[in-house]
Design a protein. Structure first.
Length: 176
């Protein structure tokens, strides 16, 4: 990896509030993170934190990280990562958790956040492990848009037959 590639990955990751992580399993997921000591660091997996299940992120495994541009919001760089799970209360874990605590918004238990993370969550380090797959000047030609995941929640349904009559009658009755 060139120095320019490393600088692009680092700066884009530092400035972006979210990254998209694709593990060996499942669709990519947006995750909040911090850039620390040459890698993206994330926390999750507990009931009060971002979900990591379904991604298949394992210690020693790999992932693909997509980072968006802060000003335009479009995909800026996509890079392969090596996953390292940090052991709770180790020296590196304590340093990373100190950084993550500063970025964690609205934690219900901020004073005891580190203890809860040690008990219930996983702290992962995603370190660049090769040249970027996509970067400025080397982006795919197609949109890369993914189809939405199936869900029972919807806002698009047929309007009930009597609804327009009901709405217009109400408007006339109120003098509108």
């Amino acid at each position: 990896m060139t120095l320019l590639d490393h600088a692009l990955i680092e700066e884009a990751s530092k400035k972006s509030g979210l990254i998209w992580v694709r593990g060996p399993e499942g669709p990519p997921r947006a995750l909040w993170h911090v850039w620390h000591d040459g890698a993206v660091c994330i926390v999750g997996g507990g009931p009060l934190e971002q979900p990591l299940d379904g991604l298949g992120l394992r210690d020693g495994g790999t992932a693909t990280v997509s980072v968006r541009s802060k000003d335009k919001g479009g995909r800026l760089v996509v890079w392969p990562a090596r996953v390292t799970e940090l052991a709770p209360h180790g020296e590196r874990w304590e340093t990373v958790v100190g950084e993550l605590r500063g970025k964690r918004l609205n934690a219900p238990d901020f004073p005891t956040l580190s203890e809860r993370w040690a008990r219930e969550c996983r702290v992962l380090r995603l370190e660049p492990a090769g040249v970027p797959v996509e970067k400025p000047g080397a982006m795919p030609d197609d949109s890369q848009a993914a189809a939405p995941l199936p869900t029972p929640a919807t806002t698009r349904r047929r309007i009930p037959v009597g609804l327009p009559r009901l709405l217009f009658r109400r408007r006339r009755q109120h003098g509108a």
